[in-house]
Every structure is written in C-alpha cells, then in structure tokens.
Design a protein around this ligand. Structure first.
Ligand SMILES: Nc1ncnc2c1ncn2[C@@H]1O[C@H](COP(=O)(O)OP(=O)(O)OP(=O)(O)O)[C@@H](O)[C@H]1O
Ligand SMILES: [Mg+2]
Length: 292
C-alpha cells in the first residue's frame, strides 16, 4: 500500500502515464476507425461512380445502336429488297430511339440548369385538371399493357394556379411514369386531386409497387440515383425523373413528400399553391450530385 507525500507523487506520475497511454490508444483507435470509414466511403463512391458510368453508357448506347443499325438497313433497302412495311417499321424504331435520346439529353440539361439556379418557367393561368387528364392519358396505355389498374379521382373545382403547364405536366408525368415502371403485373395505381381550401391543390399518387427502404428513397431523390431493382425494365432510365420533378414542383412554390415501404408501395403527395412563391435557392440546396 502506498502512503505519504512520496507515494502520492508516484501515484500522480503513474496516473499521468496511464492517462497519456489511454489517450494515445483512443487516438489510434479513432484514427483506425476514421481510416476504415474513409476506405468504405471511397469504395461506395467508386461503386456508385462505376454503376453510374455503366448505366449512362447503356442509356446512351442502346438508342444510338438502334439508330445506326436500322438506318444502315434503310440505306441498303434496295439491295436487301425490304418490304414497304419493314421500311416503315424501321423508321418508327429510329424515331423512337432518337426521341428517347432527346428526352435523356433534355433531362441532363434540365438538372444542370436547375442545379445552377438558371431555370426559368413560363408563367400563365393553369387548369390543373387538364394537365392531370393529359398525364393519365399519357400513361394509361403503358399501365394497361403492364397489367396495372389505374384509377383517377379528380375533385370538382380545383383552383386555377399560376405556373408553366409544360413543366407541371413533366413533373407529374415523371411521378406517374415511376408508378407504372415500378409496379408489378396485377398491381394498382391511384391518382387523386382535391382542393385544399382555396390555398391550392393536393395531388396524391399511390402505387402498390416494389416500394423502397428509407435509405433507398434518399438515393432515389439524388440526381442519377437509382435503386437496384434487379430487373432490366426497372433499370431503364437515368435516375433523373424524381429530382427534376421535385425541383419543378418547388419552382412553383409547391412541395413533394414521398413515403414508401419495401414490397408494399409508394405514395407521392404533391401540394401546388394557387399563388406561386419562387424559391430558387432552396432548389439549389436540394440538388446535390453524387460525389466522384
Ligand atoms: N414509385 C416508385 N416505386 C419504387 N421505386 C421507385 C419509385 N419511383 C422511383 N423509384 C426508385 O427511384 C429511382 C429513381 O427514380 P427516377 O424517376 O429519378 O429515375 P428512373 O425512373 O430510374 O429514370 P428516369 O430518369 O427515366 O426517370 C428509380 O430508379 C427507382 O429505383
Ligand atoms: Mg423515373
């Protein structure tokens, strides 16, 4: 047992030594943990980057190959003795592929303009009912051929709002196209719209599709972010539809809330105010590209 001032001094020295060793050990362990976190983050970033590159090159190459392949066949139509209906079919395939490429390029330009805050909307009086009806018409054929039931309930007297009809159509159509794309055969999609007093309109798009976990939903909202669906139909697209749609609704002073449950479905709640409040800065903060 240690007693007296001499032993008290020794105890203090020992304690100082222990605490310094403990401090060093904690520091070493923290450095190791930080190194491990950085390594894992680096691996994830590389995976995201290579998935992004492979997905984008697939998205660009597929339609380009269609254009090159079928235009070559058309150029050789005499030598190949093509029938008139084949010529028309090949021309239609080229037109579809070129249209797909154009919309991909437009989406990339849109996201870049939205991120830099240089996106302007052409404001006028908008009848949301017309836009919603057009949207339903645009997607009901794809829903029916995928074996999905689509129902729509549009309340009477939806307030007229100020906004850009083509941008509102683009935004709502992006949500609806996802509902169709990520719902299995036999599933359902319900679209509802009702006025919220005279403040604006609530639009709900519910699907009984594959759904997403909370973390997956965060990825989905990021530009170029896609959740691995494991099926080729679900891998189509560039991962720009959701962030563009959310930003466009935001530019109209509206809001988007999405809840989703894996294997159960997804619900998108959109609010569009009758009077528009532009908040471009908010959009800029919301849109962050994946780190390279
Ligand atoms: N309704 C939904 N149900 C399940 N998953 C969804 C739904 N909507 C979006 N997702 C997931 O979020 C991802 C991102 O959606 P987003 O619309 O941004 O891109 P995309 O549909 O893959 O491509 P595109 O650029 O053609 O829209 C999708 O790839 C999908 O994994
Ligand atoms: Mg989409």
């Amino acid at each position: 047992m240690l007693n007296g001032p001499a032993s008290a001094g020794k105890t203090t020295t020992l304690m100082a030594e222990y605490s310094s060793r403990l401090g060093e050990a904690v520091l070493r362990s923290r450095t190791r943990a930080a190194e491990r976190t950085a390594r894992i983050e680096g691996e994830i970033a590389n995976k995201v980057k290579s998935e992004f590159i492979s997905n984008m090159s697939h998205e660009l190459r597929t339609p380009l190959n269609t254009v090159i392949g079928f235009s070559k066949l058309l150029a050789e139509h005499e030598k190949r003795n093509l029938k008139q209906q084949d010529v028309a079919e090949y021309a239609r395939l080229i037109q579809d592929a070129a249209g797909h490429l154009l919309s991909l390029i437009n989406d990339i330009l849109d996201i870049s303009k939205l991120q830099s805050g240089r996106y302007y909307i052409d404001e006028q009086d908008v009848e949301l009912e017309d836009i919603l009806e057009t949207c339903i018409k645009m997607h009901s054929k794809a829903a029916t051929s995928a074996g999905i039931t689509m129902t729509a309930k549009l309340a009477d007297g939806l307030p007229v709002m100020r906004g850009d009809p083509s941008k509102l159509l683009q935004a709502i159509s992006n949500f609806l196209s996802n509902a169709v794309k990520f719902t299995r055969d036999g599933g359902g999609i319900a679209l509802e719209a009702r006025p919220r007093d005279m403040d604006g309109t609530d639009i709900l798009i519910r699907d009984t599709g594959v759904g997403m976990e909370e973390e997956e939903l965060k990825i989905a909202m990021t530009p170029f972010g896609q959740v691995d669906g494991g099926r080729s139909r679900w891998r189509e697209g560039a991962g720009l539809g959701l962030p563009i749609a959310k930003a466009l609704i935001g530019l109209h002073g509206g809001s988007v809330d999405i809840t989703s449950a894996k294997g159960i479905g997804t619900e998108v709640r959109i609010f569009l105010p009758s009077k528009r409040h532009v908040s471009r800065m908010q959009q800029r903060r919301d849109l962050s590209l994946p780190q390279s």
